[in-house]
Each structure stands twice: as C-alpha cells, then as structure tokens.
Design a binder for this molecule. Sequence first.
Ligand SMILES: *Cc1c(COP(=O)(O)O)cnc(C)c1O
Length: 391
Amino acid sequence: MISWTAELERLKKQNMFRVLRTVESSQGPKVWLNGQEVLLLCSNNYLGLASHAILIEAAAQAARDWGVGTGGSRLISGSMTPHAQLEERLAAFKGTEAALLFNSGYAANTGLLQGLFGPDDVIFSDALNHASIVDGCRLSKARTVVYPHGDADALERLMHQEEKTRQGRWVIVTDGVFSMDGDLAPLVALVRLKKRYGALLMVDDAHGTGVLGESGRGTAEHLGCLAEVDLHMGTLGKALGCFGAYVAADRVIVDTLINRSRSFIFSTSLPPSIPVTALAALDVVESPEGESLRRALWHNRNLLADRLQRGGLSTGHSTTQIVPVLTGEPAPTMKLAESLLAAGVFVQGIRPPTVPAGNCRLRATLMATHEPEDLERAAELILQAAVGAGR
Ligand SMILES: *Cc1c(COP(=O)(O)O)cnc(C)c1O
C-alpha cells in the first residue's frame, strides 16, 4: 500500500505542514485558544456580526419557525421561503434583476464558471484570484488567460491578441478585494475593457461586501461602478457573519445557473436559519449601526497599518482591512506567528500554495469590534517579534 507519511514528513521539513487550531469560544475580537484568551487578528468576521445579539436571536427564532435542515436540494424539496426572500433582498442590494444562493463561496465560484462557460469561451482571470476561481476555470473547460495581477494594460494586450481567434463568450473575472494582499481590483479600467471587447465582468466580492462603499454594497460601489458589473459574487460568511454565498445578476444568468450549475443542483440547500440570519445581517449593514461599524473598522485598519509601517514593516499594497506583513520564507513566518501567539496575538502565517513561493506573510485582518488599545499593543508585539526575527 502506498503511504502518505513520506509526503507529510517532507511538508514538515519544509515548514509547510498545516495543523488546525481550535477556537474554544464564540467568534469575537478576542477568543480562547489553548485555554488562553488571545486577540483575534485573523478573522474575516470584519463587522463582528458572527456573534451579534440580533443575528443570534434571528438564528434561534428561525430554527423554531423553520426547523434546522431543508431535507433536499433547491430543485427537489429544499427551496424554502427564507431562501427566496434573501435572494430578492440580495438582488435589490446589488441592483440586479435576480440573485441565487450557493452553499459556500467555493461552491459559488466553481458552479458559476462551470455553469456559464464552456470550451468555446475565454475566461480572463487575475493572477492572484482566489483558489475557488482557479478551480472554477478548470471545471468550465474554457480557455483561461491569466493576466498579471491588477494590470489592466497587460489585460488589454491579451484581449487584443485573443480577438483574432475569438469564438464564444468572454468574461473578465477578478476578486474585488484581494484576499491575501488587501488591495483593490482596478474595476473602472476593467469596465472600460469589458465594454470595448464585448465581455462580461465578474467580481468576487467576498471581502468587500458589507465593508466597502457608502452603504456596504462592496468594492464596485466604493469605486463607483456597481451597475457595470455583470456577475456579483459575494459570501455571507465574512462581513455578514453567517455562511454561504450568492451571485446577483440578470434573470437569464440566474436561470442558466439553476439549470446547469452542478454545485447548485447536486447539493442540499442551506439550512433555513442561514437566509433568515443573513437578512438580519443586511438589516444591520444598511442601518446607521452598519455605518458606524464601518467607520470603526477603517479607524482600526488605519491605526494598525500606520503603526506597522512607521515601525519599518512592509504591508505591501493593502488599502483595506486585510493588512499583510510581508515575511518571505515559510520558516521565519511560522516562527513569528508562534511567538505572537505565545504573547496573546493570534495571527496566521500564510504560505504557498495560498500565496506564491517567497511571498509568505502574516495576514492581519481587522474587525470593527477590536479595541484600539489592543491593536496598539498588538502592533508593538508584531514590531518586536519582527525585529527579533531579524527583519
Ligand atoms: C473566502 C473566499 C471565497 C470562498 O468563500 P467561502 O464561503 O469561504 O467558501 C471565495 N473567494 C474569495 C475571494 C474568498 O476570500
């Protein structure tokens, strides 16, 4: 029998072995880990909604009203009133004709690209797009043209080249906020290109929805081009504090996905408490409380980023609540993360294949509910640890 032990040993030698860390409390700005309370600096629960009293009550009430499971996929018996209500609300939120829920962002991206595109089509994909987009490109069997990260000029040259042999549909696919770098896609330039070349534009706004834009509608609202995006993908599990994902788009696209998207068709639907809770999350996001949470998030983000930069650390091109501290190789990165955890700051080291080789980093993520004093202390500790590690 072939064993996996040797492969795992190799990963351990290269400091690439991954282990789970168990959080022993609910998800707040501080959590319990190994019996110790630590500052949580690596959660995507940006607005603190995962443990918000209104959402908890909505989830509990929804379980009493609707039960805990759906017993089927959406096309069989698992499509319930809460799913339909949330889809209508998401379409209104993004300003589209329709929306469709998926069981996760991973399922949405793979199902979307597989359901809409095929061998005659071309997907233009940013080099730093999320792994679920990469897998969706593979499943679609479309020709995938990867363009250099954030480089609209390079993309235009590639589109120009491809035009000679054009057959099917074209789509430009990008993260709105890049998940490991915290920078934004050049959406205005991408809109110009999609119009010039008759392509669709798909934005994965997993990290922008709820936090960017005046009313939390995401990266495209922030950059003033919400109505120009053809496929709005977003998740419910990050700023919205729940679980699951959606695409908002024209009716014909949603109908195509209902009929063709394998991750949508062949999977039990989200428990009904999820759409009920996500509706409560959108109520918060669109309320004055949502506005003040976003203000607190940007205040916290600027505080940490400024302290780190003034201490001489590089946070790359980040302009958002995702703040990478670039560290290079796996061994020093993981040592840094370990020493910070021992000092009470939980921040994950990120290694390949999540980022390219040589681009390891600590990925700090901010929450609206962090206390500024705790972030100042964390910045001190990160600076001390980084200097100790010879950076
Ligand atoms: C987290 C993430 C996903 C996957 O979403 P899940 O709901 O966690 O499966 C997709 N795209 C991006 C950019 C993400 O950051």
